[in-house]
Design a protein around this ligand. Structure first.
Ligand code: AMP
Length: 397
């Protein structure tokens, strides 16, 4: 594997896998959020500035085949040109002879974009012969699509084998990997993980993995009520996964055995309906009356969590503390976000990884006040769980 910072791109045609699966307006087919294009720009510009040319390869949505033109990458060529400040040419296909001719004739400083790789079913099946044709577009392969690194698709994984000596990560993937590795492998202490969100079932592997590394594990969100019920508390109509009560008990026992401070909420904001207009009150989390449900942590819990977080040196946050989308149930999530910001200002390293905590930090306009906000979604979660991502392995070997 090569290093993008030191690799000599002069005269090289560089095939780069990016994640330009951007949100679009379904009627006008306009890009509604170009974050992913901007995120890949440093890698593309670096290659161009160092004498290379670039062939952009991506998927967009889940088309059944090329007949679904609303998934054409042609719809995002203009936005990409604007972001890069370079005219991006479009190849109407990703493996056709015209597309291959276009990439063969590319001059240093020029950029072209291939058509949606998912127009071919061989992409998702990871077909080697398809990947081999894609590989002909470049002398060098750069993978900068962290969001799809957990998929063993032709353009994310298989293609790398055709570049035994000329493959590397882009800056975006490098940053994602570095930030997770920093949290999971650093010896700095205390390390605090905050795991929230709806369900224990979707976070169980991460929680188990974290028990071996963290000093403090704060549990919040809907999953907290399964822990409370497992300890004998009354949770009323709160979200509970009865199948996971034993698992919750086991996690509490394991945490004790491993010397991890497991922080389960002690108070909660309850509501008599899942609505911002419902009646609400703050109660002990073990005494939720029937007909009421816990939708946020209470003020005492929020203050305790904030205290733990602000004294931490490494922080990982995955999943909100409550139903932050509704104003009446966002105080716990806001308190956690503010504490992370405060700890970061004092020199802690903070990583916000995984869907809804990323949405929360963006909603509170605090994304630029934490150390790293992951764009990785499912890939980030799998990496945190300790799984080997095929797209990463294909480059690292
Ligand atoms: P996840 O994708 O698993 O991280 O879950 C995020 C979702 O969990 C958000 O949409 C929250 O509204 C929801 N959530 C957080 N706390 C609760 C709760 N106490 N009850 C029900 N849903 C919750």
């Amino acid at each position: 594997m090569q290093d993008i910072s030191t690799y000599n791109f002069k005269g090289k045609r560089v095939l780069i896998r990016v994640d330009f699966n951007v949100p679009m307006n379904k009627e006008t087919l306009e890009v509604t959020d170009n974050t992913r294009i901007r995120a890949a720009a440093p890698t593309i510009k670096h290659i161009l500035d160092n004498g290379g040319s670039v062939v952009i390869m991506s998927h967009l949505g889940r088309p059944k085949d090329a007949s679904e033109s609303r998934f054409s990458l042609e719809n995002i060529v203009e936005d990409t040109s604007k972001v890069l400040g370079v005219d991006v040419r479009f190849a109407g296909d990703c493996i056709g002879t015209d597309a291959l001719k276009m990439s063969a004739e590319l001059n240093p400083g020029e950029v072209m974009m291939l058509e949606n790789v998912r127009y071919y079913k061989q992409e998702t099946t990871g077909t080697e012969s398809f990947a081999e044709i894609l590989a002909k577009h470049g002398d060098t392969f750069v993978n900068d699509a962290f969001g799809t690194a957990h998929r063993a698709h032709a353009s994310t994984t298989v293609v790398a084998k055709f570049f035994p000596n000329d493959k590397m990560f882009g800056f975006l993937i490098e940053g994602e990997i570095r930030s997770v590795d920093k949290v999971l492998n650093s010896t700095e202490k205390p390390l605090t993980a905050i795991v929230g969100g709806a369900k224990v079932s979707s976070k169980i592997t991460i929680i188990e993995r974290l028990l071996d590394t963290v000093d403090n594990l704060i549990v919040g969100g809907g999953m907290a009520y399964t822990f409370v019920k497992a300890s004998g508390g009354k949770v009323g109509n709160s979200l509970v996964e009865d199948d996971y009560l034993d698992m919750a008990k086991r996690i509490m026992t394991d945490a004790k055995a491993k010397g991890v401070h497991l922080h389960i909420p002690t108070d909660t904001i309850i509501a008599d309906a899942f609505s911002n207009d419902a009646n609400i009150k703050e109660v002990d989390i073990t005494e939720i009356p029937d007909g009421w449900m816990g939708l946020d942590v209470g003020s005492q819990t929020a203050a305790e969590c904030a205290e733990i977080i602000s004294n931490s040196r490494l922080i990982l946050w995955n999943g909100p503390m409550g139903v932050f989308e509704m104003e009446n149930f966002q105080a716990g999530t806001v308190a956690v976000a503010n504490a992370i910001v405060a700890a970061t200002a004092k020199g802690a390293f903070s990583l916000i990884g995984g869907g809804d905590s990323v949405a929360a930090i963006n909603q509170f306009n605090l994304a630029d006040k934490v150390s790293y906000v992951s764009t990785g979604g499912g890939a980030m979660l799998e990496y945190l769980e300790g799984k080997e991502l095929p797209g990463i392995k294909a480059i690292r070997g």
